[in-house]
Design a protein around this ligand. Structure first.
Ligand SMILES: Nc1ncnc2c1ncn2[C@@H]1O[C@H](COP(=O)(O)OP(=O)(O)OP(=O)(O)O)[C@@H](O)[C@H]1O
Length: 237
């Protein structure tokens, strides 16, 4: 469904993503890992339309999306979260979901919003101000809820576990484990914790200095010497 072919993103002299080729289907839950600065978020930005690749091809359900703006990609089914939660200020949790839903689908469906609020354990917080009245775990859940409200076929999750305490992490883990089945979405998840990735994903892709250096099952990838070297600061594999 998502197909990247030789995608590169350069910022001036820096190549943040280098010639990446990757395919992800609706049934896939793929972990995207790699050291800090490896290009993971930039790759998400390229897929969701926040940055334009310098070269390469991106197709979604067979359609070329390289020049499509973010909202068009959202309407085609590419949803995402941001590393730092970005609730819309002055709006309640429910209103945040309604805005996200309109962005992604063109209309508002309160029944679907109720379902998402329930799934993300935010039903009791629906009337709260999203920017000022939520704890970090709830803000992170709202990021996922907003992405779900856009009705994605493919969901890009950017470090949703970051900063959470053990209980919050456990809660998120069980939510994400059900997410794929409940909403029939493919998932690409950026996450640093190897155990979390191994728990959630059937496949892992590893970036290092913008290059895809390994792809396979968690067992295969995390014992690959090139991957271990990249994680232990060995630089270019
Ligand atoms: N808008 C930008 N302008 C210039 N350089 C950028 C921009 N966005 C990212 N970069 C650079 O591109 C490289 C890749 O960054 P990116 O945030 O994609 O890495 P990452 O793998 O997501 O890192 P982390 O795990 O720390 O979030 C870094 O060197 C970063 O400084």
């Amino acid at each position: 469904m998502l197909q990247l072919k030789n995608v590169s993103v350069r910022f001036g002299g820096l190549t943040a993503v280098n010639n990446v080729t990757l395919a992800v289907g609706t049934q896939d839950v793929v972990g995207l890992v790699g050291p800090n600065g490896a290009g993971k978020t930039t790759l998400f930005n390229a897929i969701s339309g926040l940055v334009r690749p310098t070269s390469g091809e991106i197709t979604f359900d067979g359609a070329d999306v390289m020049r499509a703006p973010m909202y068009k990609r959202a309407r085609m089914g590419i949803g995402r979260t941001f590393q730092v939660p970005q609730p819309m200020h002055e709006l309640t949790v429910r209103q945040n979901l309604a805005v996200a839903q309109r962005f992604g689908t063109g209309s508002v469906d309160q029944k679907k919003i109720d379902e998402i609020l329930e799934f993300t354990s935010l039903a009791g917080k629906a009337a709260r101000n999203a920017a000022t009245e939520l704890a970090l775990t709830e803000l992170k859940a709202l990021e996922v809820a907003k992405a779900l409200a856009t009705n994605p076929k493919l969901l890009l999750l950017d470090e949703v576990f970051a900063g959470l305490e053990t209980t919050g992490k456990r809660h998120f883990m069980s939510m994400l484990k059900n997410l794929h089945d409940k909403f029939s979405v493919g998932i690409i998840i950026i996450e640093h914790d190897i155990e979390t990735i191994s728990n959630l994903c059937q496949r892992v892709a590893v970036l290092n200095f913008g290059e895809l250096i390994a792809e396979g099952t968690p067992e295969e990838v995390f014992r690959d010497p090139a991957v271990i070297k990249s994680y232990t600061g060995g630089g270019h594999a």
